[in-house]
Ligand binder design. Sequence first.
Ligand code: OSB
Ligand code: MG
Length: 371
Amino acid sequence: MRVDRVRLHRVLLPLVHEFQTSSHRKSSLEHVLVELTDESGLTGWGEIASPADPYYGSETTETALLIAERYLAPAVLGASWDTPAELEATWARIRGNEFAKAGFSIAAWDLFARAGAQPLAAALGGTRTRVDAGVSLGIEPTIPALLEQVATHVGAGYRRVKLKIAPGWDVEPVRAVRAEYPDLDVHVDANGAYPDCDESFAVMTALDTQRLTMIEQPFAPRAFATHARLQSSIDTPVCLDESVETLDDLRTMLLTGAGRILNVKVSRMGGLSVARAAHDLARDAGVPVWCGGMHEFGIGRAANVALSSLPGFTLPSDVSGSDKYYARDVILPPVIAVDGRVQVPTTPGLGHEIDLACIREHTVDLVEVDA
Ligand code: OSB
Ligand code: MG
């Protein structure tokens, strides 16, 4: 195969409910949809789901677009390839910029699977026909507002609820949720907001009594030693997200004991091949994994569903239905969670139609790069 045309669609979708994490508040999101067209006119679609600002990782929408246009598109244009790994090798010398690479990787995998008339999940080696969906709830203005969000999503059937925490919004809201839902699968995610100090360890020790499935990324991304010190002092598994951008980061996590669970994100790790390799490595080490999200539009969301069909994804993934975030998604049908489960598509590629009219309507910028 050969990629003859790259189109980068910068698309803005409004969120149905404002989302706040320890670092930012959002009411709409802009992602870059990557459209790769081969010599026969077949297309593959991917999504660069970078946040607008460098508060989750170092990339932004603008830097991802720049890297995509100036480095990734020229790398893939005209290259001859038979497998996604071969196309990914054309950009291997670009350091970092994992979100931008992930958009191209998803498009390569979609194109590859479509060309072989194979569902993406099957192309990846997935074995599940449906995946358990968890939901990620942002920081709310009050505890009653949070309890209302939990009630809505538990009522909708979600199998796990993740609560965003930050200094000042941690033990109290978690206790309130636990008091109302003694048996709910609950975990917390701090997005690295806690400094390495005694007060933070005291908060984590208090959370350790709340029967949480995991505490996700309490400390800064590079703080492997601090996470290891925490993990050796509490029973609740520590889960790493931002810390693990590469397979070597995962090896560091395993060697240092910095965590017992891994959040695999396609975007954070630079694509589907590396995400699958992280799954394999974690599985061999006996570390359970789940698939995290970046509020993806339907294209990235469908890629997450396909990845979650791999056998090592034994914990519920952040693959909530499109309707949790978007009134109208860029794929048809949208991703749907029924009774807390998402069906893995059985049609070729991502397994959804691309809603070109929706994309056109919400595009704020379109860049085309030809061979
Ligand atoms: O840490 O998982 C995270 C969204 C933006 C930045 C970081 C994170 C998140 C989420 C999104 O929790 C969950 C989802 O996409 O459903
Ligand atoms: Mg996280």
